[in-house]
Design a binder for this molecule. Structure first.
Ligand SMILES: Nc1ncnc2c1ncn2[C@@H]1O[C@H](COP(=O)(O)OP(=O)(O)O)[C@@H](O)[C@H]1O
Ligand SMILES: O=P(O)(O)OC[C@H]1O[C@](O)(COP(=O)(O)O)[C@@H](O)[C@@H]1O
Length: 309
């Protein structure tokens, strides 16, 4: 089974404007609200791919109703630990005039030591050898920066496969536990390592991650494409030019495809093709909507992948 663990989920409010004028009253053209947060999006995309997953993590008590309703509507199984306070609302601004995408991600609820204990107990209850655990997103206040490190250690001892997608200290510490797969975007990678801007230097960073004991590193670079690095190869995917409606969730679509591909024992190149196709199909959807399977399938035939090394 695939499990996604989201410690800090969110409602994503996407606001479309012509142009943001700072310090002035701005009026939106339209806005929409989707349930989000990294693992939640991963589960949504796994569903679109025809797979099954179970959503774990924390959810704010106070506004849980709508969140749960949407997950149920999508027929995604979930088993949250409900915590005091509200699940955050993250603002995603889209300026149509310039094609600028700005995210304002809030801090969200705080959690207690008891909440964290409950999470570890729940994960111990579910995890079995061969399961896939996606650990992704920012940490709520009260969670130690070592939490992904501890969870990966626990899951590796059980024999589960771990996929990490985080940033800052949580990513840095999590990597020390050697997750099987990591999917940083270029900005997340820059927060924890120094490297030059050119593709060769970025590919070398991927190799460095592998030399540290990580099995696969997928480095996403927005409109510059992506690398897929394993012990014996580096693959590069060219970006596909599409009409971009919202970049939110592209990385999550990649992670979902990687988890789905692993669960089906797909070959590396096939997984990578699916990951880039899903990510590209996600940016042509508005808000934090899952990509459509028919668009993913069309893109699978178009995405250009080459062996870098
Ligand atoms: N503007 C874009 N044009 C074409 N492809 C894109 C664009 N933005 C994202 N992608 C695709 O989606 C993948 C993930 O996007 P990225 O922005 O790197 O992830 P994240 O959402 O984690 O920041 C990229 O590697 C690329 O394949
Ligand atoms: O937990 P964080 O780092 O604040 O990120 C949460 C945000 O990331 C998203 O999951 C989107 O992530 P990606 O664009 O990286 O795929 C949004 O749904 C959510 O608002």
């Amino acid at each position: 089974m695939i499990y996604t663990v989201t410690l800090n989920p969110a409602f994503d409010m996407t606001v479309y404007l012509d142009q943001l004028v700072k310090g002035d009253v701005n009026r939106s053209i339209k806005s929409l609200i989707d349930i989000g947060g990294k693992g939640i999006n991963v589960s949504k995309v796994i569903k679109s791919l025809g797979g099954e997953s179970i959503v774990l993590g924390f959810l704010g008590q106070e506004n849980r109703g709508n969140f749960i309703k949407q997950l149920d509507r999508l027929e995604i199984k979930h088993d949250f630990i409900y915590v005091e306070g509200e699940t955050r609302t993250n603002i995603k601004l889209v300026e149509n005039k310039f094609g600028i995408f700005t995210d304002i991600n809030q801090k969200g609820f705080g959690i207690t030591i008891e909440d964290i204990d409950k999470l570890f107990e729940k994960i111990k209850y579910y995890a079995r050898q061969g399961d896939i655990f996606v650990l992704s997103g920012s940490l709520p206040e009260g969670a130690d920066n070592n939490i992904y490190f501890e969870l990966i250690k626990l899951l590796k001892d059980i024999g589960a496969i771990t996929i990490l997608d985080a940033d800052g200290e949580a990513l840095k510490n999590g990597l020390l536990a050697k997750p099987d797969i990591v999917k940083p975007n270029i900005n997340e990678l820059r927060m924890i390592m120094d490297f030059k801007d050119d593709l060769n230097s970025i590919a070398s960073v991927g190799k460095k991650l592998i030399s540290q004991g990580i099995e696969k590193a997928v480095i996403s670079m927005g409109d510059n494409g992506a690398f897929y690095v394993t012990r014996d190869k580096i693959l590069y995917a060219y970006p596909e030019r599409v009409e971009v409606k919202s970049t939110v969730g592209a990385g999550d679509a990649m992670v979902a495809s990687i988890a789905f591909g692993e669960s089906k024992n797909m070959e590396d190149e096939e997984v990578f093709r699916l990951a880039v196709s899903s990510a590209t199909a996600s940016i042509i959807e508005e808000g934090t909507k899952s990509p459509k399977l028919e668009n993913i399938n069309k893109l699978m035939k178009k995405i250009k992948i080459e062996r870098w090394m």
